[in-house]
Ligand binder design. Structure first.
Ligand code: NDP
Ligand code: 13P
Length: 307
């Protein structure tokens, strides 16, 4: 919403009225964006009713909260309203894509997906980045790409499946990068992991009806270069803890979307017969049924195939 506020009439709706009032009065969100001044153009509300009449609604809450938020807002969103999923994940329990979840809860609305490399704090500071916005048609994508600003460049896409799975599963691969870093396996291992991880991510996208090549773009490779290497990433830091200590005991409790996505995607891969060895290893290291050393041994001794 900070980026979008540079070009339009934007209201940030929060569920905690006291926190919203502090943001409105101080123009700061010290918990999430410490030291960053929020734009004067941004309005604040704790009243969910404020969303009524909005043309574009950004769903900027964790993946597992998206269905309930859609359910809560359904009576307030007119047909044709663009609803943009800003989360990077899949639904736990059902293994469903978030676009499917929101289309089920919000029939008649235009469900779009925002993904790609962009730490909220970098964007809010006005540091430049580029992301991708995927919509059902090129026309809707082009209209939503108008949310771009002087330091925030949005590329439209029509591959909602590839773009959302690129975002969800790069988080799993960022945890894998963290495991490699925490276990001190070297930079070569990280680079190999990124390449082979993208190969399995591409297979997963294709098996869901998306375009495998999408994941070599901003959502997928672009975001993995960011979150597989920057210590700002919660997924990377969670992986480092796993690689260092074998468990994530002592983890701060910050949101780690990849920890949900790993087990969801590993389960879906088994059901659909998709070969996802890295995702499967990450899921099993997280649930404690595989240790890092054994995982590396298993990955390195798989049958050699053509790249
Ligand atoms: N942070 C980042 O840099 C980026 C995050 N994302 C993605 O965005 C999504 C949200 O991440 P992030 O913003 O960091 O997460 P946060 O944990 O900061 O949550 C974001 C907002 O969602 C609200 N929220 C949390 N749980 C619920 C719930 N159950 N129901 C309703 N609202 C809820 C929080 O409210 P409250 O403050 O009251 O807890 C908060 O305002 C994730 O999928 C993440 O992968 C994507 C790109 C960048
Ligand atoms: O996806 C992100 C930036 O593009 C945020 O990553 P983390 O959730 O790992 O912090």
């Amino acid at each position: 919403s900070v980026a979008a506020a540079s070009g339009g009439d934007v209201t940030l709706i929060g569920r905690d009225a006291a926190a919203v009032e502090v943001m409105r009065a101080s123009r700061r969100n010290e918990k999430a964006l410490p030291g960053i001044d929020l734009p004067e153009a941004l309005a604040f509300s704790a009243e969910v009713e404020t969303v009524r009449g909005a043309g574009i609604v950004l769903f900027a809450m964790p993946s597992q909260a998206q269905r309930q938020a859609a359910r809560d807002l359904a009576p307030l969103l007119a047909p044709g309203t663009a609803v943009v999923i800003c989360a990077k994940g899949m639904e736990k329990g059902t293994g469903r894509l978030l676009t499917d979840v929101l289309e089920e809860e919000l029939p008649g609305r235009e469900i779009a997906v925002l993904s790609g490399p962009g730490f909220a704090a970098d964007i809010a500071r006005g540091l430049p980045t580029a992301m991708v916005i995927a919509a059902r048609t090129p026309e809707i994508g082009a209209a939503l790409a108008a949310l771009s600003g002087p330091t925030f460049r949005l590329y439209p896409s029509t591959d909602r499946i590839g773009v959302q799975l690129g975002g969800a599963l790069k988080n799993v691969l960022a945890i894998a990068c963290g495991i490699i870093e925490g276990a001190e396996l070297g930079d070569s291992a990280r680079a190999a992991l990124i390449s082979r991880g993208l190969a399995e991510l591409s297979r997963f996208v294709a098996a869901h009806g998306g375009e495998g090549g999408t994941v070599t773009g901003l959502s997928g490779l672009g975001d993995l270069v960011l979150t597989g290497t920057s210590h700002q990433s919660r997924n990377l830091r969670f992986g480092i803890a796993l690689g260092r200590h074998g468990t994530a005991t002592g983890w701060s409790g910050d949101l780690v979307e990849g920890a949900f996505a790993a087990s969801v995607a590993a389960g879906v891969a088994v059901d659909k017969g998709i070969d996802m060895p890295i995702t499967d290893a990450v899921a099993r290291i997280i649930d404690g049924t595989l240790d890092v050393k054994t995982a590396i041994g298993q990955l390195m001794t798989r049958p050699i195939t053509q790249e």
